[in-house]
Every structure is written in C-alpha cells, then in structure tokens.
Design a protein around this ligand. Structure first.
Ligand SMILES: Nc1nc2c(ncn2[C@@H]2O[C@H](COP(=O)(O)OP(=O)(O)OP(=O)(O)O)[C@@H](O)[C@H]2O)c(=O)[nH]1
Ligand SMILES: [Mg+2]
Length: 430
C-alpha cells in the first residue's frame, strides 16, 4: 500500500480520506513555513517577468493595430499596410511593457495583405506555417541535449484574435477556411471588428449567426474555462458574449466632465470602455486579467502537445511496443537503429543487383552490336570482291573486243599497213 506522509506524525489522521485514497491527509498543528510556497512562486515570477504572444488575423485596415494599442493603452508604432501584396505575410514585433512592478514581454504578430488577393485559397497557409514553425522551434529546443532554459524565447502563439468584418451578414468563406485550418493549433478568440458600425439589434443577430456558422462548420474556438474556481463567476457568462464586438480608439474624448477613450461622431460619443457600448472591456479582462495563464496552459498542454505527439509519431517514436508493454528510449533507439541498418543493407543489395543486371544487359547489347557489325563487314567485303571480279571480266571482254576490232580492220584495209597495237602490246613494248 502506497502511503504518502504529508507532514509530521504529531497530527491526527483523517480516517475517511485515508480509506478512500490510501493517502493520509493531515492538518498541521504548528507553523512549518510551507504555507509561504505561493509567495515564493509569485516573487520568482515577478522577478523573471511574464511573456505573452498574440496573433492578429484580419483584413487590411480592419483595426488590428488600433485594437492592440487600445488594449495596452500604448502606441505600439506600426505602419499601415498596402492593399497590393500578392501574398499574405506576417509582421512580428516584440515589446516590453511594465505595469507597477510586473514586466510583460509582449509579442504581436499581425497579418499583412490578408484578404487582398483575388485568389484567397492559400491565404491561410502562411498563418498555419507560422504556428507550426513556432511549435517546431520549441520541440527542437526541448530535444536539445544542452537546452537554454532561461534564454530561450518561447514564441508559441497563446491567443489568436480573429477579426471578423462588421458586415452584419455572415462569415466569409476565407474566415471559415482559415479558422478551420488553425483551430487545432491556436486558441481562437473571434472578434467583430469596428462594432460601432452595426446597430445593437443587428449586432446580436450577427453574433448568433456567426456562432451557428462556426458550430456547423465544426470550428472549435477558445472557450473560457468554467471549471476553474477562480474564474467560474465570470467565464461562463463571458462565453455567451462571443464573438466579442470590439471598438478600438486611442482618441481621448470629453464626456461631461470626464475624459474617456472613444470615437466621436456627429450624433454622439462611443466610449470604448463602456460595457453598454461594446465588449472591449470584457475582452481586455478575459485576455489579460483573468485567463492569460489558462491561454498559455492550453497552448502548451493541448495545442503543442498535439503537435509534439503527431511529430514524434511520424518520426517513428512510440510509448508501447507491439506487446503493449512500455518501451524505453534506449530500446526504441536500438530497434530503430537496427531497422535503419537492415533497410540500408537491403537497399544496397537491391542496388547491387540492379547494377549487375544493367551491366549484363549492356554486355549483351554490345555483343549483339559487334556481331551485327562483323556480319555487315563480311557482307560488304564479299560484295566488293564480286564487284572486282565482275569488273575484271568486263575489262577482259572489252580488250578482246578491241583486239578483234583491229584484226577485222586490218583485214579489211588494202596494203601492208600494220594494225595499231593494243594496250597490251604497247605495254609489252615498253
Ligand atoms: N469605426 C471604427 N474605425 C476603426 C476602429 N478601429 C480602427 N478604426 C479605423 O480603421 C482604420 C485602420 O485601422 P488600423 O488599426 O490601422 O487597421 P489595421 O488592421 O492595423 O491595418 P493594417 O495594419 O494596415 O492592415 C483607422 O482609420 C482607424 O481609425 C473601430 O473600432 N471602429
Ligand atoms: Mg496595422
């Protein structure tokens, strides 16, 4: 029976718990000091600082920069993008922010040229590639023998703010396609951008339509956890507000005697931080105040875990052997090494056989070609000899004819004139 002693034996065991879990739960009667453990963690975390990585996906000019500036109440300088990029790109910027004694290293990644191409089929790919690349970098760091635990900058994205155009109609196919492709890699928080351009009644209908479209398409967006005691009073109701209708502005506007951040219109002022006007405050609270740690945990324990699992399985790693028994890393390495060596040997053997086969084939074809050439040569030689013999015969006949001709000519001529000598006679005289 496993028994974990929680503290010194001066305490009273709780018999019921012990029976239930085989672990003795004891309450300390004195002060030991480990109640300060949470403070140690807080102090260390404050000293080390925090980091948070946000990805903003949305069309050019939809209000990404303005919203991020409004969220952190800072001017995180960023130039406007052009509408004429042939591909979607990503802009990565890191900032160090301070609030009282807490330091936050913030990385903001924004899409550039998103939704501007005529063919939008591959628009989601750079986003998917970026998310995977950050997981891969983390995995590579994890697998290193010498890891730079403190220096390594974890660039995995913790939250993706997906900016939906305030059309009041429905999601665009690009929205569905992108969200479908990234929902297993990142925590998606959908936002209706520039929500001040939609009326209150239209907004609620738009929100409902978006949520039902996401559900119908099987897209999983991030749900603020409702099982966490510390956030259970806010999170479930906040999930009902998704997608958040947000308005961004860094302008300061006078409302009565107060100066607020908002957008000034001829008919009035939209106050960014007024919960009756938009969901900006809810988004900020959920993102930065209440659920930042959960977003990071969900990224690490869910999205990264899935990536890691898939990647290691593709590389041939496994936790259990064929007999369903756990295998050690050493065993796995040896098996893989043996498999690799066998494979190499097999491939080498196959290559050798292929080579021999090719050599044989070439030898046969060379022999055939040589024989063919020899036959041709013999044939030509024979033809030439026959030709020579025929020519010799022709010449002999011709000379005979010439001799006969001169003989006849001499015979027919009167007087003792001599017949002209034939070529043969002339040659003999010489
Ligand atoms: N009505 C309204 N206008 C907004 C809102 N947020 C931003 N804008 C305006 O929209 C324009 C573009 O805003 P940006 O924040 O630069 O948009 P962006 O998405 O960062 O643009 P790029 O980085 O160029 O893709 C600016 O004129 C903003 O003032 C909003 O909530 N409502
Ligand atoms: Mg911008």
């Amino acid at each position: 029976m496993a028994e974990k002693l929680v503290t010194t034996p001066t305490q009273t065991p709780n018999d019921e718990d012990a029976q239930n879990e085989n672990i003795r739960c004891l309450t300390t009667l004195g002060h030991f000091g480990f109640e300060c453990l949470p403070y140690q963690l807080v102090n260390r975390s404050i000293q080390q600082g925090f980091f948070f990585n946000i990805l903003c996906v949305g069309e050019t000019g939809i209000g990404k920069t303005t919203l991020i500036n409004t969220l952190f109440n800072t001017n995180l300088k960023d130039n406007k993008s052009s509408h004429f990029y042939s591909n979607v790109g990503l802009k990565v910027k890191s900032y160090e922010l301070h609030e009282t004694n807490v330091q936050l290293k913030l990385t903001v990644v924004k899409t550039v040229g998103y939704g501007d191409q005529i063919n939008k089929e591959a628009s989601y790919q750079p986003v998917v590639d970026y998310l995977d690349a950050q997981f891969e970098a983390y995995l590579q760091e994890e697998l290193k023998i010498k890891r730079s635990i403190f220096e390594y900058h974890d660039s995995r994205i913790h939250a993706c703010l997906y900016f939906i155009s305030p059309t009041g109609h429905s999601l665009k196919s690009l929205d569905l396609l992108t969200m479908k492709n990234i929902d297993s890699k990142v925590n998606i928080i959908p936002l209706i951008a520039k929500a001040d351009t939609i009326s209150k009644s239209d907004l609620q209908k738009f929100k409902n339509r978006i949520m039902s479209e996401l559900t119908n398409s099987g897209i999983r967006i991030y749900q603020f956890p409702s099982d966490d005691e510390t956030t259970t009073h806010v999170n479930p109701s906040t999930n009902g507000l998704l997608p958040f209708a947000v308005v961004g502005s860094m302008d300061e506007v006078k409302v009565g005697k107060r100066i607020v951040r908002g957008r000034h219109y001829p008919w009035g002022v939209l106050q960014v931080e007024n919960e009756n006007h938009c969901d900006f405050v809810k988004l900020r609270d959920m993102l930065l105040c209440t659920n930042m740690e959960d977003l990071k945990e969900h990224t690490h324990f869910h999205h990264y875990e899935c990536y890691r699992c898939r990647k290691l399985q593709n590389l041939g790693f496994t936790d259990v052997g064929p007999d369903n028994q756990p295998v050690s890393f050493q065993e796995l390495y040896e098996t893989k090494r043996q498999e690799f060596q066998d494979q190499c040997q097999w491939e080498e053997e196959e290559l050798k056989q292929k080579f021999m086969q090719r050599v044989k084939e070439k030898e046969t074809s060379f022999k055939d070609a040589e024989k063919e050439l020899q036959d041709k040569f013999e044939h030509l030689k024979k033809v030439q000899q026959e030709e020579i013999m025929k020519l010799e015969e022709d010449r002999r006949q011709l000379e005979e004819e010439i001799t006969n001709f001169y003989k006849m000519k001499t015979a027919s001529e009167p007087g003792p004139t001599q017949a002209p000598s034939t070529k043969k006679d002339r040659d003999r005289k010489k």
